[in-house]
Structures are given as structure tokens and as C-alpha cells.
Design a protein around this ligand. Sequence first.
Ligand code: GLY
Length: 567
Amino acid sequence: MRSNVLKKAPTWGLILLFFICFQLAAAERPGSAAIATAHPLATAAGHHLLRAGGNAFDAAVGVSAVLAVVEPYSSGIGGGGFWLLHRASDGFETMLDGRERAPLAADRDLYLDQAGKVIPNLSIDGALAAGIPGEPAALAHLARYYGRLSLADSLGPAIRLAREGFKVDSHYRRMAGWRLAVLRAHPASAEQFLQQGEVPVEGTLIKQPDLAETLERIALHGADGFYKGETAQRLVDGVRAAGGIWSLDDLASYRVVERQPIVGRYRGLKITSAAPPSSGGIALVTMLNILQGFDLQSQDEPLRTHLLVEAMRRAYRDRADYLGDPDYVDIPVDALTHPWYAAGMAHDIQLHRASPSVGNIPPAPEGQDTTHFSILDKEGNRVAATLSINYPFGSGFVVPGTGVLLNDEMDDFSASPGVPNVYGLVGGEANAIAGGKRMLSSMTPTFVEDDRRVAILGTPGGSRIITMVLLGILEMADGKGPDSWVERPRFHHQYLPDMIQFEPDAFSDSLKQQLTAMGHNLKPLDRQYGNMHGILWDKREGKVEAASDPRGLGLAQVVKTSSQNRE
Ligand code: GLY
């Protein structure tokens, strides 16, 4: 009897050990997949690729490419972006920098007249406004080094949609209406995006056969299908014929860069976000470091809002002074993201008094460009990606014979120190134009996590991106889910112009009065802004949630991978 028990003990022990290991492994896998994007067709394409055996990185290739087709006003293969990646098998994290860069022939005076004054719109409309695109190279890199499917498989849904068409919706109409003049000015753009020179009616099918062929060349030849050969020649010929300065060398020498993300901490959460040439991660961590010096939860709303605004003000001041392309300028990243540096700035904040910003510039129109998506697969691989062609419909210039709508990301450089760009952002030497240099961005794809929760989030919205992500993270830190992050009313300060911009109904009358009494200038906005897409995986509860911003037309979908049931 006794010997029997002894003989069986190791067996029971092994079973118990196996059970514990299984539970631990299960806790490290979501078991569900979630995708939140700005367009239902992109979300559907991502889930289709996951079902086909792809991982989050394959889905990210497919989602990026579909967004390039169905949201031509936001991002595209004529633009660029940042893909923040987390690989579940070994915890490896990186940021793919597929940011556009200035043509090699560009110099700091590119947009100045002979008197040294910025020529209006030259960095916004037309071929001269376009940087060398990074998205095609980034998608090829993502598929090759991180995906499981072929690039051709992942580009399949986008190629189909470019060829068969997608339906115009209300947002397309609004964006095309805004950029009607520049789209009309370029025949290939008018043919691709307008109907007899007018904004197409809702439900019109937008077919892009030239774009489908360009995507097919990328599917067949990888990045070379865009940066070399037939596509490259057409791009360079088209740009130069329209007054641009691209060369074949610009395209052939474009490279994706993998960069170490910016990491910070806030109330026990680890924040992982975009590295330069985005200002997003550094500004975000600076703001959170400053706020860590205050007990925000115990403050009333006026004081809490005041403290947030003062943190925003200081982070955007540093943005203008220090940030640019890290391959061209030395950025004191460690100092800027160090809690002690922030403690100095926090010390300088007066509790009931606004600190003035130095300088004066007029308010700029709000950013409605750019797109963001978040992906979590059943293994726990994650992607947060923010992609852009800058202004709605970018430069408005489609290169004839390619279907490629070019960005106007050159406007993200500071054309002249102290002169604001289209978002009212000023910059200095660090972000001056130089041949081959990447322009400073505000895109802020971000992961936030502790032992229990993992969040994936980001949003479009020009200069306001970073403060939107900050507000979303503060919701998460207060224990709220993705619905709250994406829905909450928004406000923003960017040092200059010295004003708090806020969404309609974001501030009560009494809050407005108290902020004004503290010396803040208030700028109520006519419209809501942003289009955030977030995912939360609660490891302890074994639950995955996702949400898309109610301000947009996007779709967040969680799919239980065991049953394929949608939640
Ligand atoms: N073009 C918007 C950004 O990169 O911030």
C-alpha cells in the first residue's frame, strides 16, 4: 500500500506541475485576437489574415495596406509611419521607423522666397511637398522579419479592394471636399478620387487600378517593386514633371530603421512609445513624469486640468527646442525622459497660476489626417501603428501611372525656425530641413502595461496626438477600459499658441471660469477631434476588450480564437 502511494506521488506531482505550467502559459496568452482600426474593411482584412494562419504582424501588413486603399485621405504607400511591435515569444520590442525623409536635393531654404520668407502652401500642396515614402519598405520589412505569411498574401485584400473598389462614406466626402481644389489641380488625382471634378456622392465605388498594379509589383518584388525599376522611374518622372526634386537615388537608398522605443513609468505602469523622429514618446513620458509629482486623483477638476495643461506646455516647449531626426541631431533622450528633469519642471509649476509661454503665433486648423490601428493576436503579439500622409489627401498629387498619392510630410519640418507649420507647431534647428533627413512627427503608437493589464493605443490628430494619448493613459491608470480612453472629452495645449483648445462640452462653465481665473487662455473648438483605437488585455481576468473612437467610422472587434465567435 505504502509503496503504491510512493510510486504514485511523482505522477500526481507531475500532473500538478503540468497544470500550473498550463495555467501560467494560458495567462500569458490572450486566447482572443483583437483589432481596432479606422475602417471596417481594414479590421475585416486583419482578422481574415489571422484566420489564414498569420500573426499580428501579418495582420498589421494587411491592415496598413487596406487603410492605404480605403482611407486615401489618411495614410498610404505614398506616405509613412511608425509600427511599434511586441513579440510574445521573447518579449522583444522595437519600433519600425518607416517615416518619410527629405529628398537628397532638399536644403533648409527649400520653401523660402528670396527674402527668406516661407512661401505659403509650397510644403503642403503638390509634388514639392512630398517626402520619400517609407510605408512600402516598412511593410516589406514587417512581413519578412516578423510575419508568417508571404507579403503577397498579406497585401492580397488591399490589392482586391484597389481593383474592385470601396464605397465613399461621409468622412471621405468631408475630406475630399476640404481638399477639392488641390485634387482638381492634378488630373491623375481628380480621376482617382473625384467624379467629374466633384466630390463623389456617398456609395460611389472608388476603384484604383493603377494603385492595384503598384501594390502587385510590391507583392511580387518586395520593396524593390516600389523603390526600383518601373515604379521608381514613373514616380521620379512624375514628381519632376510636376516641379518636385526626387531622384532615383532617393528611392533606391531609402531604408527602414528599427529603433529602440522610448520607455517610461507612471503609477506602476510601464509606458512604451514612439522614439524619435517622433516626438511622441519623449513628450508623453515627460508629461507623465511631471504629473507623477502630483497626487492627481485627489485634486478637484480645475486643479487637475491646470496641472495637465502645465505638463503639456512644458513637454511641447522641449519638443520645439530639442527634437528632430536622431540620425542628424543629438537628442538628450535620457535627460528629457529622466524623472529628475521632470521634477525640476514640476517644481516650477504654480498651483493656481498659468505659466506664460514665450512667443505668439495664431491658432492653426485642427489635424484630421493620419490613422492609427491596434492589434493583439491570440499568442500575445502586439502592434500599435500610426501612419500618415500628413494633411488630408496628403499633397493632393497622384503620380500619373502609379496610383500613388503622395504625402506632404515635408511640412512637418520647420521651414524656418519659429515659423509655425500647418498645425501651428514651431520648431528650431533640430528640425530644420536637410537632404535625406526625417521630419519630426507627433505620431504616438503606445503600449501601457503592468503585471495584470496590457493596453495598445494611439490616434491620429496632428499636433494633438500626444495629448490625446496622455488623456487615454490617465483613464487607464484610473482603472478604466478602452471605451473610456477613446470616448473621453479632450483638451490640448502645445506651448504655442498659448491657449487651451478644448472640444465642445469638454469644459463646464464653472471649469472655464476657474481656468480663466488662473490666467489660462481658452479656445473652444467647433468640432471634436481624434480617432483613437485601443485594446485592453486583462491577463488576470483572461479578458480582451477593444474600442474604436465614436468620433470616427472605425471598427473594433474581438474574436475568441477557440470558437471564432465575435464578442
Ligand atoms: N504628419 C503628422 C505627424 O507625423 O505628426
